[in-house]
Write a protein that binds this ligand. Structure first.
Ligand code: HEC
Length: 113
């Protein structure tokens, strides 16, 4: 009887450790995905947005908004980037959803704190 209890304890211990290991490995996987998306956002920005907004977001060429003082929410940025606004061109036919989301997030890194 005692043996069974000890076995259960050990089995439970191993199971708990196994479970923990699994959750920590999925955590590192998602942070790798975040990093990948940040890189994607940066490369999209450099390819499509730099010529008007500049490397730092404050070039304001062609009447472009100063992105370092933008107060738009993530959703609003996605909206402006997807559908355009005045002289800002829509990018929904040029970029896919993932690229638009990534570049919208990247803009947060340009905002002056
Ligand atoms: C041809 C020049 C041009 C390019 C290229 C361009 N933009 Fe713009 N962008 C503008 C202009 C002009 C505005 C201001 C629009 C207005 O007056 O309503 C603007 C506004 C914005 C805004 C709104 C900011 C705010 O606070 O209102 C965001 C966000 C933005 N651009 C992101 C981007 C991103 C991301 C890209 C690349 C995918 C990009 N832009 C490429 C010209 C450009």
């Amino acid at each position: 009887m005692k043996k069974i209890i000890i076995f259960c304890l050990i089995a439970g211990f191993v199971y708990a450790c196994g479970g923990q290991e699994q959750s920590s490995s999925s955590k590192s996987k998602s942070s790798a995905a975040t990093k990948k998306s940040a890189e994607l956002g940066k490369s999209v920005y450099k390819t499509y947005c730099l010529q008007c907004h500049g490397a730092k977001g404050n070039l304001r060429l062609n009447g472009a908004s100063d992105l370092t003082i933008s107060e738009l929410s993530l959703i609003d940025r996605i909206e402006v980037i997807s559908n355009g606004r005045n002289t800002m061109l829509p990018y929904k036919n040029t970029l896919n959803d993932k690229q638009i989301a990534a570049v919208s997030r990247y803009l947060e890194t340009l905002i002056e704190k």
